[in-house]
Design a protein around this ligand. Sequence first.
Ligand SMILES: C[S@@+](CC[C@H](N)C(=O)[O-])C[C@H]1O[C@@H](n2cnc3c(N)ncnc32)[C@H](O)[C@@H]1O
Length: 216
Amino acid sequence: MSRLRKNPLAQKELAIYPFVFDWKLVKDNLELDKIFNNNNDFYLEIGMGKGDFIIEHALLSPPKNFLGIEKFQTVQLIAAKKITNLIPNLDNLKLVSADVSDFLPEIKNNLIAGIYLNFSDPWPKIRHAKRRLMDLSFLTQYNRILKSGGFIEFKTDQLSLFEFALEQINLSKQFNLVKIDYDLHQKQAQEIIKTEYEKKFLADNIKINFLKIEKI
Ligand SMILES: C[S@@+](CC[C@H](N)C(=O)[O-])C[C@H]1O[C@@H](n2cnc3c(N)ncnc32)[C@H](O)[C@@H]1O
C-alpha cells in the first residue's frame, strides 16, 4: 500500500478544524468526558487513518459519540476534510491527534463504551512486539478505560497478528471472547462498515480476521 508523503503543514492545517484536538496542546486543559456536551456513550477508534470507518459509524449511529485517534496528522487531515464535506453537524464525531501511548494514560477509568482497532500496524519483529496495539500492556489500559461490559473489536488481514492478539487476550484474563471469525466477509459483506484498508484487501480477495471481546 502506498505511503502518504508527510505534509509539514498538516499540524497547522488541522488547527482550523474545531472538531480536531492536538493532544500535546490540549491534554492539560481538556476534560475528555465533556468533549461532546452530552452523556451519551462514547466510542474510540485507535489508528483511524483516513476516517471512512468512524465517519460512517458517526453518520449511522447518533446519539452515540465517536472519537478517532491518529498519530499521523497528514493522514488525519484527509479525514478532517472528508468530515467537513460530508457532515454539516458534527455533534457526535471528534478527532484527536495523538500517539495512543500518550493518550491512554490520561483517560479516566470506566469512560469508554467500545474500542475499534482496524488493521493496526503488525510490527512483525519480535523485538517490536510491545508496540502492537493488542499487546497485553495495551489490553490492560483498554480494560481500565472501558465501562463495565465495554467491548473491543479488532480486525486484521495478518493471521500471525490475530493469533498474537488471541494469546494476549488469553493471558490478560480481563475479557470474554464473544466473537471470532477468520473470514469476516465470507457471508455478510454488505452489512459491515469497512475501513480504507479493508476495502483494498477485499478487492484483492484477502481474508479479514475479526474478533470481539468484552470487559469482564
Ligand atoms: C495500517 S493503518 C490502518 C488505517 C485504518 N484503520 C484502516 O483500516 O484503513 C494503521 C493506522 O494506525 C495509525 N497508528 C499506528 N499506531 C498508532 C498509535 N500508536 N497511535 C495512533 N495511531 C496509530 C497509523 O498512523 C495508521 O494510520
